[in-house]
Every structure is written in structure tokens, then in C-alpha cells.
Design a protein around this ligand. Structure first.
Ligand SMILES: N[C@@H](CCC(=O)N[C@@H](CS)C(=O)NCC(=O)O)C(=O)O
Length: 202
């Protein structure tokens, strides 16, 4: 088994944190997205979408999509449970993880992709869209602060994949100056707790 990883990129970090929480070690191959290695035919043969992470299984299967890779490891090693304990709980965790993807992590990445020199000439950039995404994340952080007034973690009483997605999205937002405003005390309390876990170093 091999994880195609990229040290600076947010989605691979989500998988690395997930693995660290489970105490699973997987050999990694660094993909240099700076030199667009992920857009070369050899990589596209593994993942036609051209994104990292990818997990190569021992039977030669390539799994792409961060959540699909996490789902694989959750099934292989359920403890500690990060994606829900029963049907109801799995649905709640999924609801929150999707919200963290769609409302925080994805727009933070879009803010970067549409405004940063890194992607100039690689993808069509619409800087105005990047600016809208940034403002949208900032509004959603205010909302998340109110949600976190009555529970320790994003999806409830336990740390889950939704916390990983939100943490990585917020950390990545720093590249385009997305920050937790000082008045968002609940969010800051949550951020301090999740970012001080050993797994956050992954
Ligand atoms: N939907 C995919 C997104 C994968 C993705 O976009 N990965 C980024 C890194 S965070 C990437 O490979 N970027 C380089 C590029 O698009 O050229 C997932 O959830 O894993």
C-alpha cells in the first residue's frame, strides 16, 4: 500500500491527520504539485482527476478522493471511530463533514486557487470569485462559532473527520489571510483544542 501525498497541500493533510488519529502508518510517495507532476500522464493514469491524495492498494486499486480514502481506513480499523458509530451518528458526522467541506475547506481552497500566483497559467483564475469565496468562509466562521457554543466538537461530543476537515480548511485559509476573528471565542477554543492534538502535526 502507498499513499501519494504532497506535504504542503490540504487534502493530503486531511488523510495524514486521519491516519495519525488511528495510529496507522502507510508508506508515502511525495508528488511534486509545484512542478505539476500530478498533471503528467503517469499520474493521470492513477487518478484522471489529477489530484492528491491517492491511495494505492496492494491489489493495484487506486483510491482517490480524501473521504473515500478515509472511509477505507475506517473500515479497516474502526477504532478510534472517526466517521460515526451507528446509522444515525454516521449521518450526523457526514452532514457536518460535508458542511465543513462545502462551506469552509473548499471555498478556502478556491480563494487560493483563484487569486494566488501558484495557479497562474495552470488553471483559469477568476480573482473576483476568489474574493467572494474568502468572504464566504469568514461569514461561515462566524456561524461555526455559534454552533460551537454548546458542544466541544463540530459533530458533537466526540472528535471526528468533520473536525479534521474544518481544521485543515482553516489552517489552509491562512495563505489568503483567512483568520479566526478575535471575538469568535467558541471557535478559537475548539481550534486550540484540535490543533494541539498530536495528529495536527501531520
Ligand atoms: N476532491 C479531491 C480533491 C483533490 C485535490 O484537489 N487535491 C489538490 C491538493 S489539496 C491538488 O491535487 N491540487 C493540485 C492541482 O490541482 O493541480 C479530494 O477530496 O481528494
Amino acid at each position: 500500500m502507498k499513499l501519494y501525498d504532497s506535504a504542503m497541500a490540504p487534502n493530503p493533510r486531511r488523510v495524514r491527520i486521519f491516519l495519525a488519529e488511528k495510529g496507522i502508518e502507510v508508506p508515502t510517495v511525495q508528488v511534486d504539485i509545484g512542478s505539476a507532476e500530478n498533471r503528467k500522464p503517469e499520474f493521470l493514469a492513477k487518478n484522471p482527476m489529477g489530484g492528491v491524495p491517492i491511495l494505492e492498494l496492494d491489489d493495484g486499486t487506486y483510491l482517490a478522493e480524501t473521504v473515500a480514502i478515509c472511509r477505507y481506513f475506517e473500515a479497516q480499523q474502526p477504532e478510534p471511530v472517526l466517521m460515526g458509530i451507528d446509522g444515525r451518528d454516521c449521518a450526523i458526522v457526514e452532514m457536518w463533514n460535508r458542511r465543513m467541506e462545502f462551506e469552509i475547506a473548499q471555498p478556502a481552497m478556491m480563494s487560493f486557487r483563484n487569486t494566488h500566483d501558484f495557479f497562474k497559467g495552470r488553471i483559469p483564475q477568476v480573482p473576483e470569485y476568489g474574493a467572494v469565496c474568502k468572504q464566504s468562509v469568514l461569514k461561515r466562521l462566524e456561524w461555526l462559532d455559534t454552533e460551537l457554543s454548546n458542544r466541544p466538537f463540530i459533530a458533537g461530543e466526540r472528535y471526528t473527520i468533520a473536525d479534521i476537515t474544518a481544521l485543515v480548511g482553516i489552517d489552509f485559509g491562512r495563505v489568503t489571510d483567512i483568520r479566526i476573528a478575535p471575538e469568535l471565542k467558541n471557535l478559537q477554543r475548539w481550534y486550540d483544542a484540535v490543533s494541539s492534538r498530536e495528529s495536527a502535526k501531520a
